[in-house]
Design a protein around this ligand. Sequence first.
Ligand code: NAP
Length: 563
Amino acid sequence: MPYVVTQSCCSDASCVFACPVNCIHPTPDEPDFATAEMLYVDPDACVDCGACTTACPVDAIVPHTKLTTAQQPFLQINADFYKSAENLSRPRPTLAPVTRAPEAARSRDRLPLRVAIVGSGPAAMYAADELLTQPDVRVNVFDRLPTPGGLVRAGVAPDHQRTKKVTDLFDVIADQGGFRYFLNVAVPADVSHDALLDYHHAVVYAVGAATDRRLGVPGEELPGCSSATDFVAWYNGHPDHASRTYDLSGSRAVIVGNGNVALDVARVLTSSADRLSGTDISTHALDTLRGSAIEEVVLVARRGFAQSAFTVPEFVGLLEVPDVDVLLDAPDGALDELSAAAQRDGTLDHQTTQKLRMLAALPSYADRVPGRRRIVLRYLAAPTAILGTSRVTGVALAANELRVEDGSVVVAPTGTEDVIDAGLVLTSIGYHGVALDGLPFDDARGVIPNAAGRVLDGVGGDVLTGKYVAGWIKRGPTGFIGTNKTCAQETIRALVEDYNAGRLAEPSRRGAEKAVRTAQPALVTRDGWNAIDRVERARGEAEFRPRVKVTDRAELLALARAD
Ligand code: NAP
């Protein structure tokens, strides 16, 4: 097998479009693309040309001869995808699918398309990229922080430096003529929605999901209990979270939920400080982790094995953390009847099959080695209370069982409960979007109501002219960095269609900068961000790290001004 897709796969499908023999699947036009945890190279069809490696923004595709020990499992994972009957019949045209960028009509009576994008994370940058495929289009990207990148800077785990390489692609996008950063500008606090529409034909909101879902059990407010999203923002040096403190003096931490964020946090809590010291983790977090007494991190899932929320590539990565054991603590019945039957019949989907295989191979919690750091996967347990008086001392867990009702798997409490001691409890049960003043909001889903990216005045309501959404604020907190590419493409297609149909009002012929500078004199432009970037990298070089993040907003602004 010549090339293999590995852990850092971001699923933006750049490789699919680069592959001349269409041997990477699922492709964006195949139904399982939306739910695929990664893409896979067909070992029999790959012609070893290497076009995919050049196209991949995160170095996820590796020749099989260059796989590291940690990457070896991906050889089998890629090959196994093509073993099932449905996958054997994947279409193999000579050319990979080509999606044409939408073409903005040009006319002497109208300004070329001008778009404001609010947010500067992956969804924003993929939207900008899609717009800038056309001549004369102008894209102004606004962010309330003085630094761009969204969750790539503040969310991706520090030990996932390959994933962060996607910022190289974003730099290439930002280097295109027609692109400008307007950083340290909050919308609508500094610049209103209407003001944006005065200077642009349209606004794309790509603001992500800035907060977390709440568990809703007693004790959640106790010191020592926090959301994983806050913890992630803290270790990643987000200026709004830099002043937090975490007490890691207890020997056990409990994380509620077992999605990829839970895995990220479990790795960071159990990794040696030496492993993390070569990353861009915030200095305050590194110092705290150096003094950590945590020996055991328990990931608590309310459902069973087959419903595990983590993805296969991330689980492979978890198993490879040096000097950390991954153990299983699960009651009988953690595999539901339906999944067990599908497993016996060989009809279980590829991803669940891989998860069950890897879980079955884990050592049991009963075999733990005292003194070694460990991550414990616990199943069929739901927190009913966070315990403690002045601070967290533990979690009460109700045992669950899986039942099949009307052909689907449901979870129900068995009536028994136990208590697990813990000095730190992190709830990792998903992000949640935050309403933007002046825009409609669907609170239940945490998204701005929309139809294929066009903002609606309410759920199922009418289109609000000139306003669009992309990324998590459009579809909810699901998918990977690259998922935002197809998401942004859909939005930009709708936007260009509206522009071409004359549905968007003509903006002022003047550029936005003067008005924005008046509203926010501390505006940070591309030059200002470059100045911050240079200082962070230089400080990093001195410490053999990719960068040392500046986490204080005033210092960030001073560095940007010094340019
Ligand atoms: P997630 O994947 O949606 O996982 C949420 C977890 O919380 C699930 O285990 C869920 O269990 C549990 N949960 C939800 N409500 C609960 C409740 N009331 N009580 C107990 N447990 C509850 O969310 P995430 O981990 O925050 O990740 C968000 C997205 O970012 C995902 O698409 C993820 O793949 C992506 N991400 C990717 C990477 C990467 O690729 N490296 C890294 C980080 C995040 P149920 O399934 O039972 O609801």
